[in-house]
Design a binder for this molecule. Structure first.
Ligand code: SAH
Ligand code: SF4
Length: 435
């Protein structure tokens, strides 16, 4: 989401005459787009600011600014107390960034941290380098107020972008040769543009160019509808991959987290999705060591992992965030217990990923070729629609951006290795044909 926001910021600044430099020593303005979701993200920014501020010894006019969630959360600390930055601009004030930068150039502090109920940057064309893969925000903010989460406070109320503006951006991406678009929102399932829901949005987006793969993240288990599952099943351009954060396997903890679903409801969705979308894969987010989490609660999380058999997981230690409801609960799971439980979760996920990959040996999968493999230019790297990396030997007929059917020969827990069966072409009627 921050990558997508950075592209919006670059779009705004380029319109105002700014150029991007990849050499920090040549910059007149350095902006860090920040995340507040866990404490370690914030600590990294403090570390970076230390390094960047030393550039001011060489260029005293250098403007250093903080964008994003930390601006919202830590304005006082960053500008007034530690005085380490010249500007702080929160996620809903990027339109006025040129104004705030000018204030900072004139020696004052540029501060814009108002949250908005309507800002969606609909009309801004994000600046993107050419490529295959693009992020596209379809909504901003969040109304869920999970008790551990700072997002509703730093990014404000939930609002959806207009269908029209999303479609027009996807058309531009199609004409520039992009092949994969990931639609972003904190809870995409509650997308609503005057009655157009998320499933309708997906159908409209995939109809623009069926040769573009559409991914989306994040789905909240409470709002994921049957209509969405059938829509994914019926449209080949929509990836058979759902990121569905579970957070914990214990109903008691889920309630304390204010996640508003039970584990039974969650598993019911998973079961339904597996029936409706053949070959669907899932990833998730898990938090270890939420206040009052017992060993039994932790075992319930491991149990859910064994039942769902996720293809991937983002796994975190609980990090208390000021201002949230959980911050008032005692952070009573000792650090080493949180770490140990997290390690058990990571180990189990690795084992499941390996086993799931092994099951794919002999299968035919369609991959989008993304370029040379990181390790050798004798191999190409691509991804399945379930987001798995597949390595294939180079082939004179296959280039970056091609869709190729491959047979999976062997795997590790992170990577599949395959051989080419055939290349897929999209003819002018957009029907997949083999050559
Ligand atoms: N809107 C998305 C996720 C937003 S944050 C959703 O609801 O799924 C991404 C992930 O960070 C969350 O799913 C959660 O697992 C993790 N996270 C958020 N706040 C956290 C905290 N205080 N401590 C540890 N992990 C946290
Ligand atoms: Fe945070 Fe919950 Fe909203 Fe996700 S749904 S952004 S975890 S409050």
């Amino acid at each position: 989401m921050n990558l997508a926001d950075t592209e919006i910021v670059l779009g705004i600044l380029k319109d105002d005459g700014y150029e991007i430099t990849h050499e920090i020593s040549r910059a007149d303005v350095v902006l860090l787009n920040t995340c507040s979701v866990r404490d370690n993200a914030e600590q990294r920014i403090y570390g970076r600011l230390g390094n960047i501020n030393s550039l001011k010894n060489v260029n005293p006019n250098l403007v250093v600014g903080i964008l994003g969630c930390m601006a919202e959360r830590l304005r006082q600390d960053l500008v007034e107390e530690k005085k380490i930055v010249d500007l702080v601009v929160g996620p809903d004030e990027y339109r006025r960034l040129p104004e705030y930068i000018n204030i900072a150039f004139n020696g004052n502090k540029g501060i814009g941290i108002k949250l908005s109920r309507t800002e969606t940057y609909d009309d801004i064309i994000p600046f993107r380098e050419d490529g295959l893969q693009a992020w596209l925000s379809v909504m901003r903010g969040c109304d869920k107020f999970c008790s551990f989460c700072v997002v509703p406070f730093t990014r404000g109320r939930e609002r959806s972008r207009s269908l029209e503006s999303i479609i027009s951006e996807v058309k531009q991406l199609s004409s520039r040769g992009f092949k994969e678009v990931t639609l972003l929102g904190q809870n995409v399932n509650s997308y609503n543009d005057n009655g157009t829901d998320f499933a309708d949005l997906l159908i409209a987006v995939t109809s623009v160019d069926p040769s573009i793969r559409i991914r989306f993240t994040t789905s909240h288990p409470q709002d994921l509808s049957d209509k969405l599952l059938y829509t994914i099943a019926e449209h080949p351009g929509l990836c058979n991959y759902i990121h569905l954060p579970v957070q914990s396997g214990s109903n008691r903890i889920l309630e304390l987290m204010n996640r508003t679903y039970s584990i039974e409801h969650y598993l019911n969705i998973i079961e339904k999705a597996k029936k409706i979308i053949p070959g669907v894969s899932f990833s998730t987010d898990i938090i270890s060591g939420f206040p009052s989490e017992t060993y039994e609660d932790h075992l319930m999380t491991l149990d859910v992992m064994l039942i769902v058999r996720y293809d991937g997981a983002y796994m975190f230690k609980y990090s208390p965030r000021e201002g949230t409801k959980a911050f008032k609960m005692e952070d009573d799971v000792p650090e080493e217990v949180k770490a140990k439980r997290l390690q058990e979760i990571i180990d189990l996920q690795q084992k499941i990923s390996y086993e799931k990959n092994q099951e794919l040996i002999g299968n035919e999968e369609t991959i989008l070729v993304e370029g040379f493999s990181k390790k050798s230019d004798q191999f190409l790297s691509g991804r399945t629609d379930t987001n798995k990396v597949v390595i294939i030997p180079i082939n004179p007929n296959i280039r970056e951006g091609d869709y190729v059917n491959v047979e999976i020969d062997r795997t590790t827990s992170a990577t599949l290795f395959g051989s080419v069966i055939k290349k897929i072409n999209y003819d002018d009627k957009n029907i997949a044909v083999s050559t």
